[in-house]
Design a protein around this ligand. Structure first.
Ligand SMILES: [Zn+2]
Length: 243
């Protein structure tokens, strides 16, 4: 297949994730999408434990910049200090900078919480003159809103050790330390529905942008089963298992 711009270059020719012409390390980026309560955290942890993959959470990346007092970190502090939200430009810059560093190491990258808007998704696609585009796999953990509401509403959190238990754990107290259960304020139904609505309005356009590039994994199952569904995608993508 020829390149879409009509030049002589073959499509995929210089994509590090698909061909290794210059002996460069292969690039693999996985974007993990999923509504609050879809089980993204559990799945991400499973992948990190079992695969040679680096976790990219924009929150952590921004905190690191602030902690290391970099130029970007100072910009972030200025925004947060004035009560504003960190804008797309800064988030994009932080992601670009850290992607470049990590890709050098040859590890795959798990992007969590990014891209959160179509503009961010477009930015990611055009990085490295667009050559990263084909090295990105997008996985969405797909789950019905009502399942999420029931799941989060029934979540029990230990007041002593912070362990979380789900609807299926029929226990009166924490099985780890015997502590009493509390409800997190953000697990109240109204809050849950608002977060789901926010997710729909911001992230659904991102899913639509990716279109046929998006791989959906059924999230309406136990966390273990969901993790297995996602690892199938990882295996097909060629992400290495940890030894
Ligand atoms: Zn406990």
């Amino acid at each position: 297949m020829r390149c879409c711009c009509g030049c002589k270059k073959k499509e995929n020719e210089s994509v590090p994730g698909t061909k290794d012409t210059k002996g460069a390390k292969s690039v693999k980026i996985v974007v993990l999408l999923g509504a609050p309560g879809a089980g993204k955290g559990t799945v991400a942890q499973y992948l990190l434990d079992n695969y040679d993959v680096v976790h990219f959470s924009t929150g952590n990346l921004l905190r690191n910049e602030v902690k290391n007092d970099t130029e970007l970190g100072r910009e972030v502090s200025a925004y947060v200090g004035s009560g504003g939200l960190v804008n797309d430009d800064i988030i994009n810059k932080v992601v670009e900078l850290n992607l470049a560093k990590t890709l050098e190491s040859g590890s795959a990258i798990l992007l969590d919480g990014y891209p959160r808007s179509v503009d961010q998704a477009k930015f990611l696609d055009q990085l490295d003159s667009g050559s990263l585009r084909d090295a990105i796999r997008i996985i969405e953990i797909d789950v019905e809103s009502e399942v999420v509401v029931a799941r989060l509403f029934d979540r029990k959190i230990c007041s002593k050790c912070g362990a979380t238990f789900g609807r299926l754990d029929v226990i009166a107290e924490c099985s780890r330390c015997g502590g009493a259960f509390v409800k997190r304020p953000d697990d109240e139904e109204v809050v849950i529905r608002r977060r789901l609505q926010e997710y729909k309005s911001t992230t659904m356009p991102v899913s639509e942008y990716y279109g046929s590039r998006l791989l959906k994994v059924n999230g309406d199952r136990s966390p273990d089963e969901v993790a297995r569904g996602v690892t199938d995608v990882f295996r097909d993508f060629g992400v290495k298992k940890r030894r």
